[in-house]
Design a protein around this ligand. Structure first.
Ligand code: HEC
Length: 165
């Protein structure tokens, strides 16, 4: 092999490798539109999420002891919790609607609908339905995190289709 050819081959291999690395880096850069929100909104969102988690955790001891009233109260709070419903400035509301894709708002809406259904089931003391909506809500957490929060929960990352390593 001539020297020129060897050098060219090495240079080519190197450029392929670096462009692969670049692409790879790029791929993992913008994982979620959430990361583009202002620090104030993200702080509110995080606070809200931790409150939701606290609510979900408190439902188990209430459920296993038949405390339907407690579940109804917690579900009611979760239903009304979202930061969209808090006292945000007009600019922040605009920012949220502008930055978040429709599917995020849809999933959020669905989640709050389920919380309302859980409240309803608890008020009517229906253990099976309470269990059903509790499980649906868990699924809603995972579903939204899979779409919008893998920067926070990397284990939820889906395998990229048709992308073999
Ligand atoms: C509509 C979308 C959506 C739903 C539904 C949702 N989450 Fe989240 N959650 C997010 C996003 C986005 C983040 C990442 C926020 C960030 O990075 O600033 C997050 C982050 C979190 C965090 C981490 C907060 C922190 O301290 O950083 C927790 C805990 C959490 N969610 C719990 C829950 C639980 C529990 C549920 C269901 C009861 C739930 N979430 C439902 C979108 C959602």
């Amino acid at each position: 092999m001539s020297l020129i050819k060897t050098i060219t081959t090495i240079a080519f291999t190197f450029s392929v490798l670096t462009s692969f690395a670049e692409e790879h880096k790029h791929h993992h850069h913008h994982t979620s539109p959430i990361e583009g929100l202002s620090p104030e909104l993200r702080q509110l969102l995080g606070k809200e999420m931790r409150a939701l988690q606290g609510g979900m955790q408190s439902i188990i001891p209430a459920y296993i002891s038949g405390d339907w009233e407690q579940i109804a109260k917690t579900a009611h709070k979760m239903k009304n919790s979202y930061i969209l419903k808090q006292s945000l400035t007009d600019a922040q509301i605009k920012e949220l609607h502008h930055s978040l894709p429709k599917s995020f708002l849809k999933q959020d809406h669905q989640f709050h609908y389920l919380a309302g259904m859980l409240e309803h089931a608890a008020k009517h003391k229906k253990p099976e339905l309470v269990n059903f909506y509790f499980s649906e809500m868990n699924e809603a957490c995972v579903s939204c995190h899979t779409d919008f929060a893998t920067h926070r929960f990397p284990k939820l990352k889906k395998e990229e289709k048709g992308h073999h390593h």
